[in-house]
Ligand binder design. Sequence first.
Ligand code: ASP
Length: 476
Amino acid sequence: MAEIKARILSSQVANHVDGTVKLNGWVNIRRDHGKLIFFDLRDKDGLVQVVVIPSSSKEAYEVAQDIRPEYVVEVVGKVNKRPEGTINKDLASGTVELEAKEIKVLNKSETPPFDVTSGGLDIDEEVRLKYRYLDLRRPRMQQNLKLRSDYMQALRQALVKREFLEIETPLLSKATMEGARDFIVPSRFQPGKFYALPQSPQQYKQLLMVGGMERYFQFPHCLRDEDPRADRGFEFTQLDLEMSFVTREDVIETVEAVVVEAVKAVNGKLKNDKFPVFSYADAMKKFGSDKFDLRTEEEKKNGTLAFAWVINFPFFRPVSKTEVSDKYDSKSKWTFTHNPFSMPIPEHIDWFLKGENIDKILTTQYDLVCNGLEAGGGSIRAHTPELLRTTYKIMGYTDKQIEESIGHMLEAFSYGAPPHGGIALGLDRHVALLRGESSIKETMAFPMTSTGRTAVMDAPAKVSDEQLLELKIKFT
Ligand code: ASP
């Protein structure tokens, strides 16, 4: 047999009827019919049926007797049209099958701890995440991560087209105040001091605006030490962006156009290309919630995405006894509802500066909601030292506490900070909505378990006494 060099994919087999081709992949399901052995070979694009006939190749038949699910194989075979009545319309390769001439085992596999060919949602989460590298082989996960990648590329393209720059910001930094607890990292060079991992790149993106980078975006990981839940862990990914010299309406218009373009690029279904806008007060009156669902029953069934904007939120709320972050964030009886770096709406700047009617002051915050869930949020920012300082005064910070907490921002803003605003979209959430998944974990390669353990690698873990000594950390 002439040597076949190039590997082709399962999706291409049907274009090679009567030809001889080579495929690589995993053994999906194997059926031994005695005289014949069938197995499905699985690669990144899907499945192709392989038939192994002793009279066609005795060697291939001998190898096929020993192969098991999840073995990695190379198959050289002849592409035959399937007989009428055995065509499988669900497969790209469903009109053909591969008659094996040569099978090579490239690697064996233990029997997997669970079925990787099913949807997998009924399998225990701890087990799925311990063996995430196997779990990722299931078609649903393959499609979820493919769509995630496609959606990210589409968002990136839509932003780059609009002259946004993709800029990275540091992971090791200072507390960022997004309303959750910080993860802290001890410093070896300065024992007793700590970095905080970013709850978001909020302050750095604003500093980029001061730095004249008029349009910024990135896909940052955000880390928030909140109680992990069934549908989320400590880490998530945003599409974070910021723009200079813009109004609330400018940001809304740009983000809407980018989202519509990207959703369409991945064949998502939108209820409206123009997202309706509701005030917080109207949304509460009409839906009893600021995260409402505009879909009809029919649209719920067919996977439609119904986006909407919510604006005019209260800027401040009374401190709550149950929100742990409130005790870190606020020193008075008031704390921010969304973002301490926001600007009040222009009509309320006077109250704000005078510290009057605090409960009535509305912020420029805008939230993007979709199908009853929060899909993003942002605001126009307080870009002068006076405005930003006022927010912290309302939250009861002394001058010294303000200096310690955001002195660097006040200083930066004293050097000609442009008016600016931005938003962050929950990337994992968008992908979950596009794929009809109910948990964002189904859209992440290596999410955390609901008990806060990392997938596969099993952290948090103990560190050695030497490491602790180096950091001058002692447990009491
Ligand atoms: N930093 C905010 C967040 O992570 C988003 C923003 O206001 O841009 O929710």
